[in-house]
Every structure is written in C-alpha cells, then in structure tokens.
Design a protein around this ligand. Structure first.
Ligand SMILES: *Cc1c(COP(=O)(O)O)cnc(C)c1O
Length: 461
C-alpha cells in the first residue's frame, strides 16, 4: 500500500491526463471549425455500428487515443449534427462553445446541485440564472424555478405541481400541443376522458373560443375543468398562443395555466420578438429549453412556477424544509424542487454563456434565427415551385412543393438527408403534408437556405 495518491481515481497520471484532455479540446474545436463540411445528419445500420463499438468488455487497459478516436468516428459520427449550418430538421441544437466550457468545468469538478450543504456554489449559480431568465421573460419576481434535463421533464413536473394545487380535473390541449404533454398527463394518471385535444385555429394556435366552449360543456356535464396547456412557439409552426385571453378564461374558471415555451420562449429575450413575452407573467407555470434556442449543449430545461412554495410542496423529499433555517435565508435545496436527487450543476454553462457573450451576443444570435426564417419565407414566396403554408414564425417556416403529396415530400426530405447535404423535416399539419425548416442556427447563411431549397426541389427521388 502506497501513500502516494494519484490524480485520477483509477490511475492515469497528470501528464497523460493533460495529453488526453488537450486531444479532446482539439477534436471538439475541429468539429466546430468544420464549417459546412461533413453531413448534417448520418445514420448507419446497427450491425455496422456494433462492428465498431461492440465486443467483450475490455479486460486490460487499452490505448486511450484509439478508443477516443473510435468514439469520434463512430458514436459521434452517426447522429444528427444539430449544430451543422444546414441542419434544419426538428429543432437544431446550435450550442455555443461557452456552454460547452461550462459543462466541462462542472463535469470535471463533478459538481452536484442537490442540497445547499452539498453544493451551495452550484445552487447559487442556479438561482442566479433562473432569476436572470425570469426577469428577461417578465415573470413575477417571486416565481420559483428549477433546472431540468429538458422540456419533457419540465412539462411533466409543471403538470404535477398543477394537479397538486388544483386537484383532479379536465386538461385542455390543442392539436398542436407537444406530445410530451399528453404523455406526461397519462403518466401521472390522467385518463383519456380527462384530456381534451381541441382543434387549433386557422393559424395553428390554441383557440380561446374552443377552450371556453369545451370548459362550458364539461361544466354542464358535471365535470371539473382544471388545466389549460398553452404553447409559446409550437414545434410544428412556431405559433404563439394568445396567453392573455387564455389566462382570462383560466382565471374565471380557477384553472391552472401551463405555458410550454420549450422551443419558443427564448425569443422573448429579443426586443424584436417582444410580443412573445406578452402576458407570460400570467402563467401559473412555464417551461423553456436552453438546449434548443439558448445555445446550450444537451441537456438543459427550465421550469418556473408562479406561486412561491408550490414546487417545494410538490417535490420536497422531507417535510423538514418547512422549518429549515436555511430556507429563511433564501438558500435552496434544489432536490426539493424537482424529481431528481443527485443532479449535475446544469446552471454553470448558462451562467458562463451570459458572461462570455453578454445578453447582446445572445440576442444577436436569436434575432439571426428569426431573420433567416423570414428570408426563407421570402425566397419560397418568390419561387413558383413552392407554396408557403405557414409564414416565418420564431425561426420556423412550413411549405409545400406544388403538386407533391406526403410520399413525395417524405422522399425528398429523406433523399436530402441521405446525401448529407442538409436535413429538413417532412410532417403534417392537421392532415396536410408539409415540409418544415427551423433556422435557429446563427451560423446558417442565406446561401445555405437557397441551396437547400433548390436541392430539395430538384433532388432525384
Ligand atoms: C422540444 C419540445 C418539448 C420537449 O422538450 P425536450 O427538451 O426535448 O424534452 C416540449 N415542448 C415543446 C414545444 C418542444 O418544442
């Protein structure tokens, strides 16, 4: 037994750790420097991937660089590159290097943000970033928040808090509501009889009239209206629901208003898109995903609840928090605001991003995404081959190739992805087949949009 302690818990020495660490930094920066080289998305059959990654668990130490290169080539080479300038499918992930640095620091120090005693520093960073975003979104100053792994978990937790406050009742969604909401409701025990999926209006927004009618009808049938789930920036079209009107209906019927801003709420940081932020303070709970449009690497979501104490009331692991002296000082045990216990310090990367680029840099990045979609809409409108189906809204445009059906749209989008040149989504809006691009990557150029649309129209299928 030696009393010489090693730097690495399983024995790598510091010189080797530096060599490997710098190698990682170099690969990551090369990846970011690649401009538009390499595919926007790449998928391979499992059999091929297993050939490179599978085998019996290695018994003895191996060459780290060989193993790391395999990860770079195979594991990281076969995925959607959401940071590629022509990745327009689903929701891209144009994460910033500042965010990566914050994650690296937190991981390197193995930071934990579960209790105040175990992580007062990370917890304070979490309070600070949640406070910044709360102010920027115009939420009530005493709304309480927590960071999550993403929008799905944040939505689920928002719904759990809502039910805890309001008891059981009917939930009102619309046909554009994100699928994580219905999944969350069912997971926490809602029956399909307690979930109304209402038709959206002509702009694919939740219709306040449809909600009011459904609420009235449920009341006549002796049911209890409980929850309205609105969306700020739908994933399909970027549509923003009329939060003020929905809040009024909710207030009259004592219903909880949950706002899913996972995709679109970051636009509220931008003066150009200020309309997004209108009435957000009237939501009882609200969700935003920094790993979508706030330039953060996966994973990072946020949830705020307007009523102070409601999060803790739903999630505290022990009742002692009620008498905990630290609570009086504003010191938060984040495990008591979420379903997680051991959790990494997700706030660090967000804190660092604000410090490195400033709010101005972030706003410029968001505004660029909004402007690129407007450019795409103008380009599509001026080209006979295309029809714009929904206008540019929060970085999303949907459109159709004149005369094409769903099979042709799907075939064109698949051919483009197979080629690796670009990725777009083929989807449907209330039964109508459309193509969709999401332009939130600030590194995308107008030319990227022109060439992608042109290839999409002309590619051999
Ligand atoms: C992406 C998205 C979600 C789910 O968020 P994840 O972070 O992927 O779990 C929920 N709602 C909307 C509107 C979204 O766009």
């Amino acid at each position: 037994v030696s009393d010489q302690r090693q730097a690495d818990s399983l024995g790598l020495d510091p010189a080797e750790m530096r060599r490997l660490g710098y190698w990682v930094v170099d690969r990551v920066i090369e990846h970011m420097e690649r401009d538009d080289q390499g595919p926007a998305v790449r998928e391979s059959p499992l059999r091929e991937l297993l050939e490179a990654l599978d085998g019996p668990p290695p018994q003895s130490p191996g060459d780290p660089l060989v193993a790391m290169q395999t990860l770079v080539d195979v594991a990281l080479g076969n995925m959607q590159h959401g940071d590629h300038p022509r990745y327009f499918a689903r929701v891209p992930g144009p994460s910033s290097f500042a965010g990566v640095l914050g994650d690296w620091l937190g991981t390197g120090f193995n930071a934990i943000s579960a209790s105040w005693a175990g992580g007062s520093g990370p917890a304070t960073a979490e309070l600070v970033v949640l406070g910044w975003l709360r102010t920027l979104l115009g939420l009530a100053p005493d709304a309480e928040g927590v960071l999550t792994s993403g929008g799905s978990l944040a939505n689920l937790m928002g719904l759990i808090v809502a039910r805890k406050r309001r008891g059981s009742g009917v939930a009102y969604l619309c046909d554009q509501t994100h699928a994580s909401i219905e999944r969350g409701l069912v997971a926490i025990g809602f029956t399909h009889e307690q979930i109304r999926i209402l038709p959206s209006d002509d702009c694919y927004r939740m219709s306040p009239e449809a909600v009011a009618d459904a609420v009235a009808q449920d009341r006549r049938n002796g049911l209890r209206p409980g929850f309205v789930i609105a969306t700020v920036g739908t994933t399909n079209t970027g549509a923003v629901d009329q939060i003020g009107d929905l809040a009024r209906i909710c207030a009259e019927a004592s219903m909880w208003l949950h706002v899913d801003g996972a995709y679109g709420a970051p636009a509220a940081l931008c003066p150009r898109a200020r309309n997004v932020a209108r009435d957000l303070e009237r939501a009882d709970s609200i969700v935003l995903d920094p790993h979508k449009w706030l330039f953060q690497p996966y994973d990072l979501g946020c949830l705020w609840v307007r009523e102070p104490g409601a999060l803790t009331d739903a999630f505290a692991m022990t009742p002692e928090y009620l008498t905990d002296a630290s609570a009086a000082l504003g010191e938060v045990d984040f495990r008591d605001r979420t379903l997680e216990l051991s959790r990494r310090a997700r706030a660090l990367k967000l804190w660092l991003m604000f410090h490195i680029y400033g709010l101005e840099g972030i706003q410029t990045g968001i505004a660029r995404g909004i402007a690129l979609a407007e450019y795409a809409e103008r380009t599509l409108s001026s080209d006979e081959r295309w029809e714009v189906v929904t206008p540019a809204q929060l970085g999303i445009v949907t459109f159709a190739l004149r005369g094409a059906d769903a099979a042709e749209h799907a075939a064109r989008s698949e051919a483009l992805a197979r080629d690796g040149y670009a990725a777009v989504t083929a989807t449907s809006l209330r039964g109508r087949s459309v193509l969709r691009i999401c332009t939130i990557n600030p590194r995308t150029t107008e030319r990227d949009i022109d060439t992608t649309l042109d290839r999409l129209a002309t590619i051999q299928i």
